[in-house]
Design a protein around this ligand. Structure first.
Ligand code: NDP
Length: 399
């Protein structure tokens, strides 16, 4: 009997729970837990399967997590809460002998800074305990790393340039909303940009570098260079990479709202005193913005996320290569009640857990997704709602 505990019942946790429930031969039992058990109950009720139960946990508190894991004794925890909770959940996994998976790297609450060093520091402890930790198993990070691993395994002898391109061409009809947790999302995109070139990291102003890229079935969209966490592990795992960048599309309307939010101080994570209480402006903003979980109903259009890669093929000849998925907001909503950004994160999280439970991605230690065999993972994505496509020797538009 294989059992997972999913921590978090937001958009991503909801999709992951749906997808685990669709694969009962792998996920025999599913527990959904968060600090608001009612939200977990609502997810379990909407799925309506007997093998799903719910529980309470405060994922900021190792003792609360240990109690949860001792009670349910799962094979794996799928951490789909927030990046702030990665380390407490990893600590509890070590204490209880449970394997671990997440979709975003650790970020301290009081500094908008994310890097893998905090979680890589757990490598020895997981290895000695014989436990596997799979880091960053959403779409980006996640499928972006698996696509790169697939390209390296099957097509390239040397990857030289890697551009991860993330387009959301959907329209939810709201003036301003974020597609995943607003606090985490705004912290990410208001940071300085950063990319890797010839062994060094080059820092840019936020949204300083942008260009128009064409996305399959979507067309041209203005794409902005951001720092994204998977670049850190990919340049280490593929040392032939000379340049690695990440691009995300934003509309003018979105950027104008974001600028105003920043200009008036609402993106700040410094606490302020309001009517005798300390509040964090960005956390307050999260409370008044649309909940990404509720965006799905009127969401139209598609996402398109992929890797544009150039380098030398297996024979040493120049090769350009584009591997991508397009995902429809409507189709994601029809299947799970969530929009495509939650869907494209929850499906890979389920797939990573499936890889582990089937014994295909078992490797004691703490690992990024590109360190595992990409083939069975990509095979599952083709059958679980995220089919992928390859184009060879095309104009990558990124030079
Ligand atoms: P949500 O905010 O919608 O969901 C987070 C869930 O965690 C909520 O159920 C929340 O409960 C719960 N939670 C928060 N704090 C605690 C706590 N201390 N103890 C227990 N439960 C807690 O976020 P999303 O679903 O949009 O995103 C989930 C994760 O996925 C995030 O880490 C995000 O960064 C990541 N992500 C990764 C992507 C990728 O491609 N790799 C893309 C998109 C997201 P409540 O709402 O009641 O506070």
């Amino acid at each position: 009997m294989k059992k997972v505990v999913i921590i978090g019942a937001g958009g991503v946790g909801t999709v992951a729970a749906w997808k685990c429930a669709q694969n009962p031969e792998v996920f025999n039992e599913i527990v959904i837990a968060s600090h608001n058990q009612k939200k977990c109950d609502a997810v379990a009720k909407s799925i309506g399967k007997d093998n799903i139960s719910t529980d309470y946990v405060d994922a900021d508190d190792v003792n609360s997590l240990v109690q949860l894991l001792k009670k349910h004794k799962p094979d794996m925890v799928m951490n789909l809460a927030l990046p702030y909770q990665d380390l407490t959940i990893m600590d509890a996994c070590l204490e209880c002998g449970v394997n671990y998976l997440d979709t975003a790297n650790y970020e301290p609450r009081d500094v908008a800074h994310f890097e893998y060093s905090w979680q890589w520091a757990y490598r020895d402890r997981f290895e000695k305990a014989g436990l596997t930790a799979i880091l960053g198993c959403g779409f980006d990070p996640g499928v972006s790393g698996v696509y790169t691993a697939y390209a390296a395994k099957h097509h390239f002898s040397e990857i030289e340039n890697l551009d991860i391109v993330d387009c959301n061409a959907g329209n939810h009809g709201k003036a301003f909303a974020t597609n995943f947790n607003p606090e985490i999302n705004i912290r990410e995109i208001t940071q300085k940009g950063r990319y890797y070139q010839d062994g060094k990291w080059i820092v840019t102003e936020p949204q300083e570098i942008h260009k128009t890229l064409n996305y399959p079935n979507i067309g041209p969209r203005e794409s902005y260079l951001l720092y994204h966490e998977e670049l850190e592990s990919l340049v280490q795992n593929y040392p032939s990479i000379k340049r690695a960048r990440f691009w995300m599309t934003f509309g003018q309307e979105y950027l104008t709202h974001l600028r105003v939010i920043q200009d008036i101080g609402m993106a700040s994570i410094e606490p302020v005193l309001y009517e005798g209480h300390e509040i964090v402006p960005l956390q307050f903003l999260k409370a008044v913005l649309p909940n990404p979980k509720e965006l799905g109903k009127n969401y139209h259009g598609e996402t398109s996320i992929g890797c544009r890669i150039s380098g030398k093929d297996k024979q040493g000849k120049p090769l350009t290569y584009y591997i991508y998925n397009n995902c429809s907001h409507e189709a994601a909503f029809k299947e799970t009640g969530m929009q495509a950004v939650s869907y494209t994160t929850g499906v890979p999280a389920m797939t990573g857990a499936m890889m582990f439970l089937k014994g295909l991605w078992v490797k004691p230690g703490v690992h990024n997704v590109e360190e595992f065999d990409p083939d069975p993972f990509l095979d599952v994505l083709n059958h679980q709602g995220l089919p992928w496509h390859e184009i060879f020797n095309c104009n990558l538009e990124v030079d």
